[in-house]
Design a protein around this ligand. Sequence first.
Ligand code: SAH
Ligand code: AVI
Length: 311
Amino acid sequence: MTEPQSDTFEADVLAGLSAMPKTLLSKHLYDEEGSRLFEEITGLEEYYPTRTELGLLTTAASEIAAYISPGATLVEFGSGASTKTRLILDAAPQVAVYVPVDISEEALAAAAASINADYPKLVVAPLAGDFTQALELPAQAQGRPRTGFFPGSTIGNFEHADAVAFMASARRLLRSGAQFVVGVDLVKDEGVLVRAYDDARGVTAAFNLNLLTRMNRELEADFDLQAFRHCAVWNGEESRIEMHLVSLRDQTVHVAGRAFGFAEGETIHTENSHKFTKEGFERLAGEAGWRTLRCWISPEPAFAVFLLAAD
Ligand code: SAH
Ligand code: AVI
């Protein structure tokens, strides 16, 4: 654990709601209910990234496995339900230690228990915490060659400078000689993108609005969930889908003893999901010291899996 998440949640929320425009860090979408709702999103017809990446990893797994050293530690950043991991573990039985890293403690514990039960020879050493902070791997992971895994295009949830900083810190953690498997969503038709983040059943809306429920419960806030709506928009200049919560009227909301005014139509910006070109991501990874060994790209809706190396 890097820091108690409850402390940083309150400080981040108060800073974000005091900013102009109002913003909240997307890592706070993942309390227990947020992680459950994200898993529901992964099964939606409109949310193409999960099934597309699973298809690519199924094709690529044996080739990726050939690069992984015997006795290696596999470190996964933002592991969630650890579903995609199984494709790597099945193809690479030489992996000795698995370190799933996630901020969502309940989701992490459930995924670690499930992997433990299904891979009895594997040492599973979960790390609860924020992967944007300095991480120290558990003792079981020490003294072994390292492979990183960062699926789901979670890299897209960072701003550019933060994405480069994350890739550089992963490079330091994984060390020279490491491989890094990264899932990256690619630029595509705006309608496909907006539907993926504003699905007909309203699961993504519930995922976004759950942040208000979380603040009501954990920070003694008084958000009226009927007074905000979910909105997903494509920002072409920044090449990203943005999620916002839009205030439906002029209102004042209290959070942790502080009052925040909202005008009708004012938004809280809750998530960015950047979409890349192959060359753009390679440039970003290159700035952080990673070289592309292999890249698999699906037919439309296009998604990429990169196998990177740290020399
Ligand atoms: N890898 C899975 C889950 C992706 S959802 C997949 O591809 O389906 C993003 C995951 O990253 C969630 O489980 C969330 O809890 C975790 N996460 C988001 N921000 C994080 C942070 N700053 N530190 C650690 N985990 C984070
Ligand atoms: C985890 N992350 C990459 C997801 C994404 O697509 O940006 C989170 C998500 N937000 C809305 N739907 C899914």
